[in-house]
Design a protein around this ligand. Structure first.
Ligand code: FE2
Length: 163
């Protein structure tokens, strides 16, 4: 049987999620990086790995849409909840919730790596709930372009992850 692919279908992506080339990790903050996997400009969402090599409070944020995550390595938690996300765990974060991401001193892993699929935006807030920062798929693409241009991979390296 001959299967005809319909026109307009976007190319698939199949990559090793943890890259061989360290430069693929985009610096987000000191000792914090993200690795883009899918940057979806049609739905305004993105998939990435978050890698953290320090302990402490990383961010307090709210997202107006949903987030799902899968912990690959290490552990993290939210101050607002009593569970700890450990390697192998799945997490669903409901739209609208404010939470504060904490990585405790790493004991059984030298780093934390978690896959996240984020819809809409990340809105960073301070202790009073005032917005202090904002990220969406377009700011993520811009960060990738700037980093890949600076590190020698070339700004267009990010294009393979954009749909
Ligand atoms: Fe979140």
């Amino acid at each position: 049987m001959k299967i005809i692919q319909q026109p307009g279908i976007q190319p698939e992506i199949a990559v090793a999620s943890i890259p061989q080339d360290e430069r693929v990790w985009v610096p987000q903050a000191p000792s914090v990086w993200f690795r883009p996997l899918l940057l979806n400009t049609v739905t305004g969402s993105w998939c990435n790995l978050l890698r953290v090599r320090k302990s402490g409070v990383l961010s307090r944020h709210i997202h107006p849409s949903w987030v799902v995550g899968y912990v690959i390595k290490g552990a993290w938690r939210y101050l607002e909840h009593d569970w700890v996300a450990r390697a192998g765990m799945f997490v669903y974060e409901p739209p609208g919730e404010v939470h504060t991401l904490v990585v405790d001193p790493l004991v059984d892993a030298e780093e934390m790596i978690t896959f996240f699929n984020i819809g809409g935006a990340m809105v960073y807030v301070d202790g009073e709930g005032t917005t202090v920062g904002y990220e969406d798929v377009f700011t993520k693409i811009a960060m990738c372009r700037a980093h890949y241009a600076a590190c020698g991979l070339g700004a267009a390296y990010v294009d393979q992850f954009i749909r």
